[in-house]
Design a protein around this ligand. Structure first.
Ligand SMILES: *Cc1c(COP(=O)(O)O)cnc(C)c1O
Length: 398
């Protein structure tokens, strides 16, 4: 039987990331065990009946829950201060399940328009087909959130900082507007990481991660997680989750558990590197602006000071020479790799206008501040001096 490692006192984050949620088998293994199993066997038919009735604790099928996956969920709950969680096969599975499980035909959703493309597809197209209307607003303008509310508004959805321009939305203020309207606020907290922003403490009702990003952080596997109060998970998410099957593979859950052990160390190093790169880039005459949620010149510096800790692992920069300069700069980098992923141990750079945001109209891109010279840089855990040398060398070639 599995034994839970319940500490007598609440653990601080770095400790919780190493020990939180661990369940040890009778062998007393040091590392978390990988239960690569689809199902479970029962000693008797009576035991199976009791397990299915929920009269006896235990696992029944890995689409519902699995011991390794549960360890990952419990470790995330410890980090986030959430009562319950469900791990999913990808970040998009998390977004899609959290949104779909809690709306019905005739409901209405309000979302900040600076959305990851696939999130926009779920809100506009998938929910639209099911008869759920949506309104997209400028997330930083609180009056727009208020004006968008209708009697049938059930959900608010936002990402902050946003992709790729790293705008920061006032989560506490938006949560208050949502609650006044009788709606729930779901926050996609990927860009902030669990280390830099706590949406549940700021009043959000549900928080979502793509664990593919910083939580794995080593380019290996996709994953996601939905965290909320026990009642919402039991009443809204649980049946949808069990019967539609977005469940995380136990193997990936095991990788993500090991990722969590080093998350605080990696995010600290990535943030220090991003801050150094932001300052080096801001000093260049070839760069028209640097957007970094750790610099005093960030347009949302006041909100950032209130709701985030320690800056960001990401930054955006605009090169004066437009697309040609952005491509020349990216191609001249030797250490920083061209990739649309983020949160990795390796530093990665992407040109949103031609990759992640290419399907938007020119008008929609302009609205989001995504010009032809804009690049998004995800800082890795390399030595910061090598990264600064790399960008300075590349800038010289622009
Ligand atoms: C990557 C990402 C997702 C989707 O996650 P996957 O694991 O790729 O499915 C959702 N939201 C944001 C903000 C992301 O960066």
């Amino acid at each position: 039987m599995l034994k839970k490692n319940d500490a007598a006192r609440p653990l601080r984050p770095a400790t919780a990331m190493v020990h939180g949620g661990t369940m040890r088998s009778g062998f007393g293994e040091t590392s978390e065990a990988l239960f690569l199993t689809q199902g479970f066997v029962y000693p008797t038919a009576e035991a199976a009946e009791a397990r299915f009735k929920g009269e006896e604790p235990g696992f029944v099928y890995s689409r519902y829950a699995n011991p390794t996956t549960r360890m990952f969920e419990e470790r995330m709950m410890a980090l986030e201060g959430a009562e319950d969680a469900r791990a999913t096969a990808s970040g998009m599975a998390a977004v899609s399940a959290a949104l779909q499980c809690s709306v019905r035909a005739g409901d209405h959703v309000v979302a900040a328009r600076a959305l990851f493309g696939s999130c926009r597809y779920i809100i506009e197209t998938v929910l639209g087909r099911a008869g759920v209307a949506c309104t997209l607003v400028d997330g930083r303008d609180l009056e727009q959130w208020k004006a968008a509310v209708r009697p049938e508004t059930k959900l608010f959805f936002l990402e902050s900082p946003t992709n790729p321009t790293l705008e920061v939305i006032d989560i506490r203020a938006v949560a208050e507007i949502a609650h006044e309207a009788g709606a729930r606020l779901i926050v996609d907290n990927v860009f902030a990481t669990p280390m830099q922003q706590k949406p549940l403490e700021l009043g959000a009702d549900v928080v979502i991660y793509s664990a593919t990003k910083h939580i794995d952080g080593q380019g290996r596997c996709l994953g996601g997680v939905i965290l909320s109060d026990a009642q919402w998970i039991a009443e809204e998410l649980q049946d949808f989750f069990r019967h539609t099957g977005p469940s995380l593979s136990p193997f990936n859950a095991w990788c993500l558990l090991k990722g969590l052990e080093t998350l605080p160390l990696r995010v600290a190093q990535q943030t220090a590197n991003a801050a150094r790169l932001a300052d080096a880039l801001a000093a260049s005459s070839k760069v028209s602006r640097v957007l970094y949620p750790g610099r005093a010149d960030h347009p949302d510096a006041e909100v950032i000071a209130r709701q985030m800790s320690g800056g960001s692992t990401l930054l955006a920069l605009d090169l004066k020479g437009g697309k040609e300069a952005a491509f020349r700069f990216s191609n001249a980098l030797e250490i920083i790799k061209i990739s649309n992923n983020l949160g990795d141990a390796k530093s990665l750079i992407t040109h949103p206008a031609t990759t992640t945001h290419k399907s938007l109209t020119d008008e929609a891109r302009a609205e989001l501040g995504i010009g032809p010279g804009l690049l998004r840089l995800s800082a890795g855990i390399e030595d910061g001096a090598d990264l600064v040398d790399d960008v300075e060398r590349a800038l010289a070639s622009v």
